[in-house]
Design a protein around this ligand. Structure first.
Ligand SMILES: [Zn+2]
Length: 153
């Protein structure tokens, strides 16, 4: 029995082999020396559930299979989180009594966003920050000028 779907991964080049061992191949690199690469597996059985690494930073998403929907995944090297989500937004469990999303559903979305934010710090090309005069955010990575000054002092 198999139920395949498309899985896309953004990770550090140094971690590529971990995903290649699962069947992923290189899909995009901005140059041959880029630190960050994008990988894909068009025929991932059950989206590699339970097989994806949990000890390296990366982000990923899978398209839907026949028995499951789209998911977004993030790992910061310590914590792995997956959440049902499509390009349109997150999928929530609806509580018909309270007419609100379930607390569990909101928790997993918040947890995903927190891990994704930590993972994103590892997933950028090394660069010198260039801050916009308007809002003082780096035009490459979005870090605020004040946050960088705090880090270096
Ligand atoms: Zn920057």
């Amino acid at each position: 029995m198999s139920d395949c779907c498309y899985v896309h991964v953004t990770c550090r080049r140094q971690d590529m082999e971990r995903f290649e061992a699962l069947g992923f191949h290189l899909e995009f690199e901005s140059s041959g020396e880029s630190v960050i690469v994008e990988l894909a597996d068009e025929e991932a059985n059950y989206a590699h559930t339970g097989e994806l690494p949990t000890d390296i930073p990366y982000t990923a998403w899978n398209g839907k299979g026949s028995e499951y929907g789209d998911y977004k995944m993030a790992c910061d090297g310590e914590e792995f989180v997956e959440v049902p989500a499509s390009q349109d937004g997150f999928v929530v469990d609806w509580d018909y009594k309270t007419e609100q999303p379930t607390p569990q559903s909101l928790d997993i979305i918040r947890q995903y966003l927190a891990v994704h934010k930590r993972a994103a710090k590892f997933l950028q090309e090394p660069h010198h920050h260039e801050f916009s005069i308007e809002n003082r955010l780096c035009i490459h990575c979005g870090v605020h000028a004040d946050a960088v000054e705090t880090l270096t002092t």
